[in-house]
Design a protein around this ligand. Structure first.
Ligand code: XMP
Ligand code: MG
Length: 178
């Protein structure tokens, strides 16, 4: 059994084991393999947090599929929402592609609610979200994931790609604030 870990000023306790994570990812990949057979989907993994999840999920996607990675930079723009997100590294043409956005966690939903319209503007054939985690009680924006590995309580989590101030991404399982 994994032990609690201290990162900077905070203590985290083991929350979801590597075995549970693997099993949920296999289930998710099996559904994706079925839903996207013959559609050559393009996975868009959002850096940095999703890189470990994306690698484990994509390894189990056995149908013909492509993957690309983007980094989102948000800044205050002059739109009505006051928030603009730019995708750094988005070079693929999305028109008529089946897009699967891969995210580490949907918290309030703000990040994806800003990013999805950018994807939609390129007229893809479809857009779905595959997220490792979601915090249903924190959700404030209209963002729905078609594939969610775990719904968790509204507390800060760490590990399996998710960081606390740049630390802890390399922890193999998921930890939660004590
Ligand atoms: P929103 O609110 O836009 O948040 O859905 C999504 C982004 O916020 C970060 N985030 C977390 N990172 N542990 C983390 O390490 C958490 O518990 C957590 N909650 C939100 C994350 O970067 C995600 O992409
Ligand atoms: Mg993130």
């Amino acid at each position: 059994m994994a032990q609690e870990v201290t990162v900077l000023d905070k203590v985290f306790v083991p929350y979801i084991t590597r075995a549970e994570i693997s099993s949920r990812i296999s289930e998710m990949a099996a559904r994706i393999n079925e839903d996207y057979a013959g559609k050559n989907p393009l996975f868009i993994a959002i850096l940095n947090g999703s890189f470990i999840f994306a690698a484990d999920l994509f390894r189990e996607v056995t149908i013909d599929a492509a993957i690309t990675f983007v980094k989102l930079a948000s800044y205050k723009g002059t739109t009505s929402t006051g928030n603009v997100v730019t995708a750094i590294g988005m070079e693929e043409r999305l028109t008529d592609r089946h897009v699967v956005i891969v995210e580490d966690i949907i918290d309030t939903g703000k990040t994806l609610s800003a990013f999805i319209p950018e994807i939609e503007s390129q007229k893809p054939a479809s857009i779905n979200i595959a997220t490792f985690l979601s915090k249903p009680s924190a959700l404030k924006y209209d963002v729905k994931a078609a594939y969610t590995a775990f719904e968790i309580e509204n507390k800060f989590v760490l590990g399996y790609g998710l960081d606390y101030d740049g630390h802890g991404r390399n922890l193999p399982e998921l930890y939660i604030l004590k």
